[in-house]
Design a protein around this ligand. Structure first.
Ligand SMILES: Nc1nc2c(ncn2[C@@H]2O[C@H](COP(=O)(O)OP(=O)(O)OP(=O)(O)O)[C@@H](O)[C@H]2O)c(=O)[nH]1
Ligand SMILES: [Zn+2]
Length: 198
């Protein structure tokens, strides 16, 4: 049984083109999630896609602590350039620990901890995300094969495990700056993100 219910849709004009915005409700938690779709994505051909975990600070508040806002914009641009694709905007703020805990984690990082050490000090795993809902949203929208824009091999493995065929990983290296250099290096060193050219 699917873990999400499709609830509503509308057009969403953006600087890069007009997407269809589809709202889902997660059964069990009642959390809402969104998909931005462009073009026909249910024709069994590989779809350019992004699974974007919510980052209020980076996506909406222009934070330079991370690369999220830059990745979000680049992913939407890439989809618009192809005229076809999907971006899942998943409400997994702070890798699943929520906004308030993430702010506490940032405070610990201001005192010298890295992103993983801060999570652990707060009593959380380094990454608490569960990608079941992502696979279910993709299935509801008819996506079977993806070219996934990510630097995170765990996302590729999770999608594969949940039955979505990732035919290609498309790197999304955007927005490196002096404020997020250490953060990006920690992700590469401790969480397996791939930033080097393969
Ligand atoms: N707990 C915690 N979460 C963070 C921190 N910085 C960013 N995040 C969250 O991390 C999530 C994004 O994950 P990332 O590790 O940046 O990247 P990813 O999604 O694993 O990989 P990509 O697909 O390559 O972007 C968002 O939900 C952010 O809110 C932090 O220092 N601590
Ligand atoms: Zn971020």
């Amino acid at each position: 049984m699917s873990s999400v219910t499709r609830m509503a849709h509308s057009k969403l004009p953006t600087p890069w083109g007009t997407f269809t915005l589809i709202g889902f409700e997660e059964k069990g938690t009642g959390k809402d999630h969104a998909a931005l779709v462009m073009g026909a994505i249910d024709d069994d051909l590989p779809v350019l896609g992004r699974i974007h975990s919510e980052c209020l600070t980076g996506d909406a508040l222009f934070s330079l602590r991370c690369d999220c806002g830059f990745q979000l914009q680049a992913a939407m641009e890439n989809i618009a350039n192809e005229g076809r694709g999907i971006l899942l905007y998943v409400r997994q703020e702070g890798r699943g620990i929520g906004l308030l805990n993430k702010i506490q984690a940032y405070n610990l990082q201001d005192q010298g901890k890295d992103t993983v050490e801060a999570n652990v000090e707060l009593g959380f795993d380094a990454d608490m995300r569960d990608y079941t809902i992502c696979a279910d949203m993709l299935r509801e929208l008819g996506v079977k094969q993806m070219r996934l824009m990510t630097n995170n091999p765990r996302k590729v493995a999770a999608m594969t495990e949940f039955g979505i065929d990732v035919v290609e990983r498309v790197p999304l290296k955007e927005g490196r700056n002096p404020f997020n250099e250490h953060y990006l290096d920690t992700k590469a060193g401790k969480l397996g993100h791939m930033f080097k050219d393969e």
